[in-house]
Design a protein around this ligand. Sequence first.
Ligand code: CP
Ligand code: NVA
Length: 344
Amino acid sequence: MASKVLTEQPVPAVPIQQDPDVLAAATRMAGEDLCSIADLSSAEVRATMKLGHDVKRNPRDYRHALDAKQMVLMFEKASLRTRLAFEAGINTMGGNAIFVDQTSSPLGERETIADVARNLERWVDVIVLRTYAHDTITEMAANSRVPVINALSDFEHPCQALADFMTIEEHFGTAKGLNFTYVGDGNNVCHSLMLTGAQLGTNVTVATPRSYSPDIEIVTKAREIAEANRCEIRLLQDPQAAVEGADAVYTDVCVSMGFEHELTKRQPIFRPFQVNEALMARASSRAVFMHCLPARRGEEVTDAVIDSLQSIVFDQAENRLHAQKALLLLLLGGLANVAAFSEQ
Ligand code: CP
Ligand code: NVA
């Protein structure tokens, strides 16, 4: 069953090219890396999503924004959404993508990561990495003069969180003040969602089995950000209590890539955390169901929920394209090539 049609984001009162948040973000972010979503300020996260909504509404305006820009994607893990959204995204803005499959030869094995960075920066304008170790991303960023983007590490998935909160904004008009609940493994996706929720003033509740709670460093950082934005980060072990009154219920697989060997150990631990119709019934009557995908149907979520009218999973997947285009525009200085912006 198709998910319901989203509420169109209202056309902003201030034209996007005059929006002070977007202009400030474009100036500060040009040439920078995105290793963690916390590399961006709250205002920059809002600006990136505002630009994402505009890119979605007016794709033709950005057709030549990244003319001739070269993007390399080096992926140690499989990908459908992230890879395709980046490739389609840069291609539709005049640039080009080069994909390097690192699944059978991890980065740093043939030569040092620093040496790879010092080569890549001579040829390409942006490096997009999907890795096992988060350190691989930060090390590449430390040694490269061109922006490095985290396309998923064992610690974070910032591009996912941008698209997810863009989808929430489309659906509810704003993410501020909403109650967002994540149920399942306190993993990379959970980490980036906690930080992004805090940056946008969303109350984030996370329910995990006791030994699978999110990383303490992320929790501390998310709580600091949340305090500044007057929202709350709660950690629970009871999925029923966690979804009570939630506006959005989100889950992810219990075995992320690299943890498949733990499946039989984890399955019984995560069974009570499955998002099924009984659990969704405890959420708000207007609640949406969210998942980064790929889903292990019948495990962390039932078909009845993921295929229901409450599910907005494919809207999230679509918004990977628009959010990642906005991110590329900001990190590569692309707005300078968009007529409406350069006339300012
Ligand atoms: N959600 C997500 O990142 O999907 P892929 O693993 O297919 O890129
Ligand atoms: N947590 C999952 C997300 C996949 C998009 C993983 O890391 O495999």
